[in-house]
Design a protein around this ligand. Structure first.
Ligand SMILES: Nc1ncnc2c1ncn2[C@@H]1O[C@H](COP(=O)(O)OP(=O)(O)OP(=O)(O)O)[C@@H](O)[C@H]1O
Ligand SMILES: [Mg+2]
Length: 444
């Protein structure tokens, strides 16, 4: 096989199968050129950024003036670079404008080749010879083939290097993201822990508040009962005959306060039981009707006008009908109590934003003072006179609503009445299906 052809084949196979660094490629090329053209001088300049740098050479010249060539390249004076075509000079032919050749008198023939990839010059290969004569066509073709192969190999090596760098950067970024993710999960866990602690401490505070209120609510009537009993007992022990009317009065007071204790404990019992009762599909309109018919007589005193706006297409909700009726009764009783003389109570039901239903109870009563707005849901907060309200109505109401996955809001200003809005999740949003016909316990 022709030696030149074998060299081109060898380089092709080498570059194809063995990924090499750019300087390795250049060294291999220059070495192969030396074997192929032992009497020629071969040099290689690589473009990095905007400057050409000398990479490798083998040279018969004792003092190679590589700098001259490099300067010509970097000042873009080199004819091969300037025109983008190979420059072949046979000194015997005469004219050329290569500054390097003008100083390097030993050179007889010269070939300067721009190495191109995608129309861009990435390197310059120069071959010089001290022998007179011309480069044969075969020599020119072999050198061109080697230059092209070298260009492709360099390009490929640079692409691989870039890909590797990008891969490393991606891996680094990935590691950072994983680390951030880990930190995020840790923070989230920490937050959850704090949240649990907060809920726990809020619960403890609520229990404390409830216990304090309960002690007060039970102690007060209990001490009145005890005082009356002791008084009656000491009169009897001292042989005194109390008047029947005063005896009846005392017993009435005792009864009133004993009932107060019972009401308080019953409210709390219904509150405690609320989470154990079963949930069914419920039609809130029926719940409203049930509560209204239970309270009917209390509301129809002529002084209160009742308005009902019930949405006949209201979706069902999942809940406990008895507890929900308790909610309506509490709100309606409060509305009734807020109307001193005459007024209106409005009850309406409607679907709100998708998946939620609302019940609104509004009145034209005395309204709520701003400083009380935040306290009305606290256990035992009441503005009603002693014996009239336990202050547990709204506390129990909110507990029931939250237990149903809903919320309660209030809007009120003194003298302008009050509006309570209860929002509950529709049954469709929980089951994804229409529930079957609801069953509501009869209020009668
Ligand atoms: N519709 C309303 N208009 C004006 N004030 C209201 C209204 N609803 C509630 N309030 C205020 O909120 C307080 C707390 O209400 P809540 O129902 O918890 O207890 P209560 O009605 O006082 O007692 P109970 O419900 O045991 O009879 C009431 O005392 C009252 O001051
Ligand atoms: Mg109440």
């Amino acid at each position: 096989m022709n030696k030149a052809f074998a060299t081109v084949l060898k380089l092709n196979n080498l570059f194809g199968y063995l990924p090499m660094e750019v300087d390795q490629i250049v060294t291999v090329v220059v070495k192969e050129m030396k074997q192929l053209f032992p009497t020629y001088c071969c040099r290689f300049f690589l473009l990095e950024g905007v400057t050409f740098s000398f990479q490798a050479q083998w040279c018969f010249l004792s003092q190679p003036r590589k700098n001259l060539c490099q300067e010509a390249l970097n000042s873009r004076q080199c004819p091969a670079l300037r025109d983008g075509f190979p420059v072949i000079v046979n000194l015997s032919d005469g004219a050329h404008d290569c500054a390097y050749l003008m100083t390097e008198k030993a050179i007889q023939k010269y070939l300067c080749l721009p190495v191109k990839v995608d129309q861009k010059i990435i390197a310059v290969l120069s071959i010089a010879s001290a022998e007179p004569g011309v480069f044969t066509l075969e020599e020119q073709e072999v050198i061109l083939a080697i230059a092209n192969l070298t260009g492709l190999a360099i390009q490929r090596s640079r692409l691989i290097a870039r890909l590797q760098k990008e891969k490393q950067q991606l891996e680094e970024a990935n590691r950072e993201i994983n680390q951030l993710n880990k930190t995020l999960v840790e923070r989230y866990e920490e937050l959850k822990r704090f949240e649990r602690l907060l809920i726990q401490s809020e619960k403890m505070a609520a229990i404390g508040q409830l216990a304090a209120g309960l002690a007060h609510e039970i102690n007060n009537p209990a001490s009145i009962i005890l005082a009356r009993l002791e008084c009656m007992l000491s009169e009897l022990q001292n042989g005194l005959q109390p008047e029947l009317s005063s005896l009846i009065k005392d017993l009435q007071v005792i009864g009133k306060h004993a009932r107060r204790i019972t009401t308080t404990t019953q409210s709390l019992l219904s509150f405690a039981r609320r989470s154990t009762e079963t949930f069914l599909p419920v039609d809130l309109n029926e719940v409203v009707e049930g509560a209204l018919s239970l309270l009917g007589k209390q509301l129809e005193k002529g002084r209160i006008q009742l308005q009902k706006h019930l949405d006949c297409k209201l979706p069902f909700i999942y809940g406990n009908p008895n507890q929900l009726q308790q909610v309506l009764i509490n709100l309606l009783q409060n509305a009734r109590d807020a109307i001193i003389q005459e007024g209106t109570i409005k009850v309406s039901t409607r679907s709100s934003v998708s998946g939620w239903v609302e019940i609104e109870v509004s009145d034209t009563g005395v309204g709520i003072a701003p400083e009380n707005l935040e306290r009305i849901f606290d256990p035992f907060f009441t503005t009603k006179e002693v014996g009239k309200g336990t202050g547990l109505g709204l506390f129990v109401t909110r507990g029931i609503i939250e237990n149903h996955g809903g919320r309660i809001e209030v809007n009120s200003q003194p003298g302008q009445g009050a509006t309570f809005i209860v929002t509950l999740p529709a049954a469709g949003t929980r089951s994804g299906q229409e529930p079957s016909k609801p069953t509501v316990s009869s209020p009668h």
